[in-house]
Design a protein around this ligand. Structure first.
Ligand SMILES: *[C@@H]1O[C@H](CO)[C@@H](O)[C@H](O)[C@H]1NC(C)=O
Ligand SMILES: *[C@@H]1O[C@H](CO)[C@@H](O)[C@H](O)[C@H]1NC(C)=O
Ligand SMILES: *[C@@H]1O[C@H](CO)[C@@H](O)[C@H](O)[C@H]1NC(C)=O
Ligand SMILES: *[C@@H]1O[C@H](CO)[C@@H](O)[C@H](O)[C@H]1NC(C)=O
Length: 260
């Protein structure tokens, strides 16, 4: 990985999300994203051997627009890609292999979440997938009759170099990266004053901390029992629902009695 200690939140996004392609395939697009948004001020970079280049500096690696770079798979030989900003901060890198051979392994380029199921596909250049063997490092995991292998409930220990083979061909190896899923959206429990006339009319959606640092009044106000007016309203509703039944029952009784 390019980043040494703490990786910045910006990451390289790869579409389609694969690490291996056939030479002669069309394009793979690369962009820098920060929390799902295009990361301003970050550029996609590549290294092949010793030289580092930005997109638009090589025939196979072009700037599609300000946010996206494309790798032209008809001529490219791949490389290692990452995002970098002007102070030299780097994202994680993704290695893209462009094979001139007959078999590739389709494996996600982006880190997968722990707990997810990851499908590996052993894909021949010509024709449909056939019985394939799957490996992590040199260890044979098993075979999939239709060229497919599913890693169920992926854990950190599933990280490693994967490859596949058929009886006659072998794919390159690519690294599966596993990450913890992002924490659920921040759920800060904030007691906001209920919009009742007894409170100050100018209450903002994000209450600024009071100078005294005392946030208790708003918290206690919403924990107080409902006001009497609410109970009266509920009683009224109950009456509205049950009164018709009550009245009609009395009326029926009266009618019965008067007939007798
Ligand atoms: C760049 O192109 C992509 C793909 O067509 C598009 O989704 C994106 O909005 C474009 N971005 C800009 C800044 O034009
Ligand atoms: C580059 O990214 C780092 C880490 O996110 C940030 O601290 C730094 O300010 C960025 N530099 C520029 C020029 O945006
Ligand atoms: C993973 O696959 C198993 C078995 O097919 C299934 O029960 C489970 O729901 C799947 N998990 C996810 C996160 O899709
Ligand atoms: C794959 O298909 C192409 C074009 O259809 C053909 O030229 C090539 O020889 C085929 N390769 C193999 C290994 O069958």
């Amino acid at each position: 990985s390019v980043c040494v200690s703490v990786c910045p939140p910006v990451s390289l996004y790869v579409s389609p999300n694969h690490q291996q392609f056939f030479k002669g395939d069309r394009y793979v697009s690369l962009s820098c994203v920060d929390d799902g948004q295009t990361a301003d001020g970050w550029r996609v970079k590549r290294t092949r051997g010793v030289s580092t280049e930005g997109c638009s500096t090589a025939a196979d690696f072009r700037r599609f627009n300000n946010s996206f770079c494309v790798l032209d798979l008809s001529v490219s030989s791949g490389g290692s890609f990452w995002c970098e900003n002007s102070s030299g901060q780097k994202s994680d890198e993704v290695f893209i292999a462009v094979s001139e051979k007959q078999l590739i392994l389709e494996i996600p380029a982006l880190p997968v979440n722990t707990g997810s199921n990851v499908t590996l596909l052993c894909k021949p250049r010509n024709g449909s997938a056939k019985k394939s063997y799957f490996f992590r490092g040199k260890v044979k995991l098993g075979h999939g009759p239709e060229g497919k292998w599913i890693l169920h409930n992926v854990q950190q220990s599933d990280e490693g170099l994967y490859s596949c083979s058929t009886l006659i061909h072998q794919s390159p190896q690519s690294r599966l990266k596993v990450k913890e899923p992002p924490p659920p959206p921040h759920t800060t429990i904030m007691y906001t004053p209920s919009p009742s006339p007894s409170h100050s009319p100018s209450h903002s959606p994000s209450p600024s901390p009071s100078p005294s640092g005392n946030t208790e009044p708003s918290a206690s106000s919403s924990l107080r029992p409902r006001s009497p007016s609410v109970s009266v309203l509920r009683l009224f509703c109950h009456l509205l629902v049950f009164c018709p039944y009550f009245i009609s029952t009395i009326l029926l009784l009266l009618i019965c009695c008067s007939r007798k």
